[in-house]
Design a protein around this ligand. Structure first.
Ligand code: COA
Length: 169
């Protein structure tokens, strides 16, 4: 089986979309949730992302078929005064798992992060995602305690939570 990992370009937007939908399904999420229906908002969004200097999408192909995706975002890190690489998306198609595909993607991600002189590579994953956590541990990422808090900002909807509204004197 011949595997190739390469950086995705604008011509790969449809493939990225397919793999991201698969990832969303796996995580029980919906891509573009809350956005008005119609049009190809995901395609347009990805077309901008794939050419962003802060982004890098790595695609794994086996016998030419796209079977895995690793999406990176590079952000400045004040603690190290260098860039840091966040793995924002990682998925391998169900029929190609446990064959080293995600490992190859993470190796390519680490090489890209090193090329950009990043101080570290990091990832957030859900506590219930035991498969992903086993994988990250196995490839050598250090498991640090982390929590994730979110505040949904609806379009023209509700304001900040009451605790954040200062009463006028
Ligand atoms: C997590 C995921 C990317 C791993 O992809 P993969 O190509 O199967 O991973 P690899 O074959 O490179 O695995 C390397 C090692 O990691 C560990 N590992 C991988 N998947 C595992 C699982 N489901 N359970 C336990 N250990 C696992 C194993 O030690 C494995 O080596 P082995 O097969 O020789 O035992 C894949 O299961 C996936 O796409 N899951 C759904 C999407 C997802 O949860 N993404 C992460 C979001 S943060």
């Amino acid at each position: 089986m011949k595997r190739r990992v390469h950086t995705a370009g604008p011509e790969d937007v449809a493939t990225l979309g397919r793999l991201l939908r698969l990832l969303a399904e796996e995580l029980g999420a919906t891509l573009g949730a809350g956005e008005p229906a119609g049009g190809d908002r995901l395609g347009a969004f990805l077309a901008a992302e794939v050419t962003s200097p802060e982004r890098c999408f790595l695609l794994a192909r086996e016998e030419g078929r796209p079977v895995g995706l690793c999406g990176l975002r590079f952000t400045p890190c004040l603690w190290t005064l260098r860039s840091a690489a966040e793995v924002q998306e990682l998925v391998v198609t169900a029929d190609r798992r446990r064959r080293g595909c995600a490992t190859a993607l993470l190796e390519a991600a680490a090489a890209e992060a090193a090329r950009r002189r990043c101080s570290h590579l990091w990832v957030l994953t859900e506590s219930w995602n035991t498969d992903a956590r086993a994988f990250y541990r196995r490839v050598g990422l250090k498991e640090k305690t982390s929590s994730y808090f979110e505040w949904a900002l609806s379009q023209g909807g509700a304001g900040p939570p009451p605790a954040l509204i200062c009463p006028c004197p």
